[in-house]
Design a protein around this ligand. Structure first.
Ligand SMILES: Cc1cc2nc3c(=O)[nH]c(=O)nc-3n(C[C@H](O)[C@H](O)[C@H](O)COP(=O)(O)O)c2cc1C
Length: 372
C-alpha cells in the first residue's frame, strides 16, 4: 500500500480524495455517506445567508459531463448550524465548510460555522471576475476565524494564475480550482427546450468534459503561487487523480462522479490511486506533487510514434482516425508509414491497448510503461 495521506495548510487527510461542494455534500447525511464511501475529507455544499431557490429543473446529464443551475445550498444557514454541520462533524473526517459570497455575507457566516469547520472554502462563483469582491471575502473570513481559508476559483474567462496571486496577497491559505465552466446550453431536441430551467436555460458544465481545463488551471496556479491547491474538475478515476496531483494539486475534489456513480466512487478512486502508485513505483501520493508542473519538454518533440507489436490486436481504431492515412493493418498488425506520418501524436492516445508509444528517455518512464 502506498502512503495516501496528505497535509493541506496543517490539516491531515487520510487520502487525497475529497468531496467537492455540491449535491454529494448537500446535507449532513449525504456527507456521512461520502465518509462511509471512503472520502479523505468532506466539503459541504456552499452555504449563504439565505437558502437558494434554484430554477426547476436544475441538473441534466450531457455527453461527458453534466450541466447544472443549482446555485448554492437550498437549506438556510440556521439548519446547517443546528443539524447538518454537527452531523457531518460526527464523521470524524476533516470538514471544509463552503461559504458564499460577498464580504458582508462571509463576515456574518464565518464565525457561526467556525465551531464545525477545519477550514473554510469561499466560493467566488457569483461575484464575477473582478478581484475586489474576492479580496473582500477573504479579508472578512481571515478577520473572523483562525482556521485556514481556501478560495475556490471559477473559470469564468478570468486569468486563473492572476486570480490566485490576488487571493494569495489577500491572505488565502489555499486555492480550490476549478468550479464548473460556463455558462453553457444543453437542448432537448424533442421539445426544443433547454434542459435546464431559469430565464435563459443556461447552466454550468462539470465532469470529464472540463478535466483538461481544470488540469491547465491547476498547473498555472501551481506555477504562480506557493499555496496548497485542491484540484477539482472531472475526476472519476485513480489515474485522473494522479494526473491532477502531478499538475500541482495536493488533493482532489469530486462532485459529478459522486453524483452519477454514488459516494462509494470516492473510496474506489482512492483505491485506484493506490494501485496506480504501486504500479508506477511511487511509495507516497505526495511524491507526485507537481511532477508535471515544469515537465513539458517544450517545442516539438523528437522521434515519432512506434507500434508495440506484442500489444497490437490489429483493430482499426488508429487506421480510421489517422488524419494522414499513415497507418495500415497488415497481417493483423498496425504498421506506420514513417514518411506519411506527420507526428501529430493522436494514435498514441487513441489506441486502447497501449500498442502505440512515443519513445521518451527511459529516465522519464515510471513503472515500465510509457505515461499515457
Ligand atoms: C449539481 C452541482 C452543484 C454544485 N454546487 C456547488 C456549490 O454549491 N458550491 C461550489 O463551490 N461548487 C458547486 N459545484 C461545483 C463543483 O464543486 C465542482 O467544482 C465542479 O462541478 C467540477 O468538478 P466535477 O467535475 O467533479 O463535478 C456544483 C457542481 C454541480 C455539478
Amino acid at each position: 500500500m502506498a502512503d495516501l495521506t496528505t497535509d493541506i495548510a496543517g490539516i491531515r487527510f487520510r487520502n487525497p480524495i475529497l468531496t467537492a461542494a455540491g449535491p454529494p455534500g448537500r446535507d449532513g447525511e449525504a456527507l456521512l455517506r461520502c465518509a462511509e464511501g471512503g472520502a479523505g475529507g468532506l466539503v459541504a455544499k456552499t452555504i449563504s445567508v439565505t437558502a437558494a431557490q434554484p430554477p426547476i429543473p436544475n441538473i441534466a446529464e450531457v455527453q461527458h459531463g453534466m450541466v447544472n443551475i443549482e446555485l448554492w445550498s437550498e437549506l438556510p444557514p440556521e439548519r446547517w448550524l443546528e443539524v447538518e454541520l454537527p452531523l457531518a462533524r460526527s464523521a470524524g473526517l476533516p470538514l471544509i465548510v463552503s461559504l458564499g459570497y460577498t464580504g458582508d455575507d462571509i463576515a456574518a457566516l464565518a464565525p457561526r460555522v467556525r465551531p464545525f469547520a477545519d477550514a473554510l472554502e469561499l466560493s467566488t462563483h457569483y461575484i464575477g471576475e473582478d478581484a475586489a469582491p474576492m479580496v473582500e471575502a477573504i479579508r472578512a473570513a481571515k478577520a473572523a476565524v483562525d482556521v485556514p481559508v481556501f478560495v475556490k476559483l471559477s473559470p469564468l474567462g478570468r486569468e486563473m494564475a492572476r486570480a490566485a496571486e490576488q487571493a494569495a496577497s489577500a491572505g488565502a491559505d489555499g486555492i480550490v480550482a476549478i468550479n464548473s465552466f460556463g455558462p453553457v446550453l444543453a437542448i432537448d431536441p424533442v421539445t426544443a427546450r433547454p434542459r435546464l430551467g431559469g430565464a435563459d436555460g443556461v447552466g454550468w458544465l462539470s465532469g470529464p468534459a472540463i478535466r483538461p481545463l481544470a488540469l491547465r488551471c491547476v498547473r498555472d496556479i501551481a506555477r504562480a503561487v506557493d499555496l496548497p491547491i485542491i484540484g477539482v474538475g472531472g475526476i472519476s478515476s485513480g489515474r485522473d487523480a494522479a494526473e491532477m496531483l502531478m499538475a500541482g494539486a495536493s488533493a482532489v475534489g469530486v462532485c459529478t462522479a459522486a453524483i452519477l456513480r454514488g459516494p462509494a466512487i470516492l473510496g474506489r478512486i482512492a483505491a485506484e490511486l493506490d494501485a496506480w502508485l504501486n504500479e508506477h513505483e511511487y511509495t507516497r501520493a505526495a511524491d507526485l506533487g507537481g511532477r508535471g508542473v515544469g515537465a513539458s519538454p517544450g517545442g516539438s518533440w523528437s522521434g515519432q510514434p512506434e507500434i508495440v507489436a506484442a500489444a497490437c490486436n490489429g483493430c482499426d481504431l488508429c487506421t480510421v482516425s489517422c488524419p494522414y492515412r499513415a497507418i495500415a493493418v497488415t497481417d493483423g498488425l498496425a504498421v506506420i508509414d514513417r514518411t506519411a506520418c506527420q507526428r501529430c501524436g493522436l494514435c498514441v492516445t487513441r489506441c486502447r491497448r497501449g500498442a502505440i508509444e512515443w519513445p521518451v528517455p527511459a529516465s522519464e518512464v515510471r513503472g515500465g510503461q510509457l505515461p499515457r
